[in-house]
Design a protein around this ligand. Structure first.
Ligand code: URP
Ligand code: ZN
Ligand code: ZN
Ligand code: ZN
Length: 457
């Protein structure tokens, strides 16, 4: 007797596409076979005509994070609820180390906040803001705890997040020693500050100047600098939210030379261009690094197709429209961040459905690679016997128009308003439990579990 059988679907993993029935027991995939017609189950789903995919892992979220003079609008409950409704069954959230705080202490504080709220499984990256010798030593304890990824910000001085190259390189070297990886937010802070100062002096305050103060060159220099250090010390590097062509080219070169340099981009960089900042509601699209021009967008898509972008993640960090409005007359007052946790997988699958990439590629960058590169495969990120039954049933024929009214986060608008997708998830299962069913969230808060990750080899 199985708990769940999904019958007659087309199973899609990063590597394969095949027709099969899937049997689930105790939250795990137990059997994948041509037919389970003779087997009984408490719940049987007929997926005829639909695809069965592994749930996505969003490698980059900021839920209820203090930032930009406020707190990002989606709580752990709202953010993970929205994730479930977009076929994402694990989120990796950022814990920001407080000054003087230990890393495990910081993680435990956020874990306590997340645990009673989480609707899907979760893990954490830690962002280093205060790299004392004790903290460097503690990287090992953090890895033993299940955290093998440490983030540094090359910007955000006034927010108290920025580190210098000395800190970045020390963190990179220590991370390698303990089986972890450093990720970087790469932009050049000094040139951005100069641009901002000049624009404000000239009374140039619209959201368009957010883009112009940190255009392609401001990101490219920092992408290249981070890669330069990773190559010089031969240490792993992960560039989060890569958004520019020059950075993409440098990532590609480093990978061709055999370095362990990995890049992530986000759906907002793949769908929108910098033109959005000229719009009346341009401030709603303000994030850092900003969305770039079409040449960069093309380079990112090419990077995905070549395999030089390994991960698509959201950088989900929404703010309410009243908070975005603080920057109506001064772009520097706009809290930085956009929403996407419910949109990433449906958007990437829709692009697959339209033929831009294969479905296998969409699964690879949104799910499998995240699990493999961050130490939770094969528990997560695939459809295989023994893996968690994090499954999405996807209807390739469905047409879906995104609107704030059909989203499940707590934000009062979406930058994705009106975007039409070809195909859409109809059901999401988290460890065998149905959490999303045809437009409705049907899961429960507190269901999600902490995913303990293993050291990287
Ligand atoms: O604008 C952004 N991306 N906000 C979230 C924080 C970060 O930089 O990732
Ligand atoms: Zn069958
Ligand atoms: Zn960032
Ligand atoms: Zn981020």
């Amino acid at each position: 007797m199985m708990d769940l059988i999904i019958k007659n679907g087309t199973v899609i993993t990063a590597k394969d596409t095949f027709k099969a029935d899937i049997g689930v027991r105790d939250g795990k995939i137990e059997v994948i076979t041509r037919s389970l017609d003779q087997m009984e189950a408490k719940q049987i789903i007929d997926a005829t005509g639909n695809y069965v995919l592994p749930g996505a892992l969003d490698a980059h979220t900021h839920l209820e994070m203090p930032f930009g003079g406020t707190v990002s609008s989606d709580s752990y409950e709202a953010g993970t609820r929205a994730a479930a409704c977009g076929g994402t069954t694990t989120v990796f959230d950022f814990v920001i180390q407080g000054k003087g705080q230990g890393l495990v202490e910081a993680v435990e504080g956020r874990r306590a906040l997340c645990e009673p709220q989480a609707c899907v499984d979760y893990s954490f990256h830690t962002a280093i803001t205060d790299l004392t010798p004790a903290v460097l030593k503690e990287f090992k304890q953090a890895v033993d705890y299940g955290i093998n990824s440490f983030k540094v910000f090359m910007v955000y001085k006034k927010e108290g997040l920025m580190v210098d190259d000395g800190v970045m390189v020390r963190a990179m070297i220590r991370a390698k020693e303990v089986g972890a990886r450093v990720s970087v937010h790469a932009e050049n802070p000094d040139v951005i500050d100069m641009n901002i100062e000049n624009f404000l002096k000239e009374g140039k305050t619209h959201a368009w100047y957010h883009y112009l103060s940190r255009p392609e060159y401001a990101e490219a220099e920092a992408d290249k600098r981070a890669i330069h250090w990773a190559k010089s010390f031969n240490v792993p590097l992960y560039i989060v939210h890569l958004a520019c062509k020059e950075g993409m080219d440098e990532v590609t070169r480093a990978r061709q030379e055999g370095y362990d340099v990995i890049a992530e981009t986000c759906p907002q960089y793949l769908y929108f261009t910098n033109e959005v900042y000229k719009r009346e509601d341009g401030r709603n699209f303000v994030c850092s690094p900003p969305i770039k021009g079409p040449e960069s967008q093309d380079a990112l898509w090419d990077g995905i197709k070549r395999g030089d972008i390994s991960i698509v993640a959201t950088d989900h960090c929404p703010f309410q429209s009243y908070e975005k409005d603080w920057g109506k007359d001064d772009f520097t007052k706009i809290p930085n961040g956009c929403m996407g946790v419910e949109n990433m997988y449906p958007y990437m699958l829709s692009e697959a459905n339209r033929g831009r990439i294969s479905f296998n590629k969409a699964v690879e960058v949104c799910s499998t690679n995240v699990a493999q590169l961050f130490g939770c495969a094969p528990q997560k990120g695939t459809i295989a016997p023994g893996s968690d039954a994090d499954l999405v049933i996807y209807d390739p024929e469905k047409t879906y128009v995104i609107s704030k009214d059909n989203m499940h986060s707590d934000v009062d608008y979406t930058i994705w308003e009106g975007v039409e997708l070809k195909g859409y998830p109809v059901m999401t299962f988290s460890r065998g439990k149905l959490v999303y069913d045809n437009g409705q969230f049907v899961g429960e808060k507190g269901w999600g579990e902490f995913v303990k990750r293993t050291p990287l080899t």
